[in-house]
Design a protein around this ligand. Structure first.
Ligand code: F6P
Length: 341
């Protein structure tokens, strides 16, 4: 079998572990050939690819980023790929394409699959918001980075009697904010799923100070929004892919808390630090299992599906299920965290 693999969308710790696992299972396990397309679907469309053998993936398991490069692709070019999928499959002589990516990539994978290309998807995102899988690799690493940041911010906050507002990634789903906030013991957590109440946040900090605790840490997801009309807030910039960016919610919230509390507040925006660097052991294992199962699914002819963690098992679920909706934080999980505002 000849397998094409690519990584698309935002990068994520664990991508290299998947690539390595695909090559190992395919080459060593099945005597397959693997080629890797560069910079996501662009490589597929523009003919940029290279053969991947065991030596090509040696030493990449622990490396962050992706050796293949990654990029987001405009809708028009994706349509171009779908329209030409028979030619593309024949041109590269591939029996299956394994795209590794988030919601956008899996939507593109589904388009190609519907157009007749044999596709097996592998879900990835630090946001953990892909439907159909209990977890995505990259999430554990991101939560670890954010948790360490909260731990560190607590000591400096206490020294200066400040409120620290740490903004973490998560445009539509607040999983990173929820779990790093819980793990780091943030006093306030704000999620995109529920507009937050600034009055309640202010009250929480005042109560802490009143009982002698002279600092507070608030963990806010980049996509969190204040309840309508409760504090000044402007929308961010809409980028070329239609995503709202640079909303600056962490900074706005810090400014607002400082004004209302009469105490110093500082914003800290973690940004892409959460996506860089080496994956945790958990993410390496999940990524490796996804890669292994993707190759097995290809050999079993299970096209139009993606790997998914269900409980402790890896299962194949339809791409349609993976992209049907985003997996956001349910109310029940917010109550468990106690400090969600
Ligand atoms: O989807 C992963 C993610 O890291 C989001 O949490 C974040 O909003 C977005 O990607 C950032 O994208 P970019 O790398 O294009 O700035």
């Amino acid at each position: 079998m000849r397998i094409g693999v690519l990584t698309a969308g935002g990068d994520c710790p664990g991508l290299n572990a998947v690539i390595r696992s695909v090559v190992h299972r395919a080459v060593a396990g099945h005597n397959d050939e693997v080629i890797g397309f560069e910079d996501g679907f662009k490589g597929l469309l523009d003919g940029h690819y290279r053969p991947l053998d065991l030596n090509a993936v040696s030493g990449i398991l622990a490396r962050g980023g992706t050796i293949l490069g990654s990029a987001r692709l405009e809708r028009d070019r994706l349509r171009e790929a779908a329209e030409n999928c028979a030619e593309l499959t024949a041109k590269y002589g591939i029996d299956v394409l394994i795209p590794i990516g988030g919601e956008g990539t899996l939507t593109a994978a589904r388009m190609l699959s519907d157009a007749g290309m044999p596709v097996v998807g592998v879900p990835k995102t630090i946001d953990n918001d892909i439907n159909g899988t209990d977890r995505t690799f990259g999430f554990d690493t991101a939560v670890g980075v954010a948790t360490e940041a909260i731990d560190r911010l607590k000591t400096t906050a206490e020294s200066h009697q400040r409120v620290m507002v740490v903004e973490v990634m998560g445009r539509h789903a607040g999983w990173i904010a929820l779990e790093s906030g819980m793990a780091g013991g943030a006093h306030g957590i704000c999620l995109p799923e529920r507009p937050f109440e600034i009055d309640s946040l202010v009250k929480m900090v005042e109560e802490r100070f009143a009982r002698g605790k002279k600092f507070a840490v608030v963990c806010v997801a980049e996509g969190a929004r204040p309840a309508e009309g409760t504090m000044p807030y402007e929308k961010g910039i809409i980028d070329q892919f239609g995503h709202e960016r640079f909303t600056g919610i962490g900074t706005r919230l810090a400014v607002e808390l400082e004004a209302r509390l009469g105490k110093e507040a500082r914003p800290v925006i973690l940004g892409h630090v959460q996506r860089g660097g080496t994956p945790t052991a958990y993410d390496r294992v999940l990524a490796t299992r996804f890669g292994w199962h993707a190759v097995e699914a290809a050999h079993a002819g299970q096209f139009g599906k993606m790997t998914a963690l269900r409980g402790t098992s890896i299962e194949m679920v339809p791409l349609a299920e993976g992209v049907s909706e985003l997996k956001t934080v349910p109310e029940g999980r917010m109550y468990e965290a106690e400090s969600v505002f």
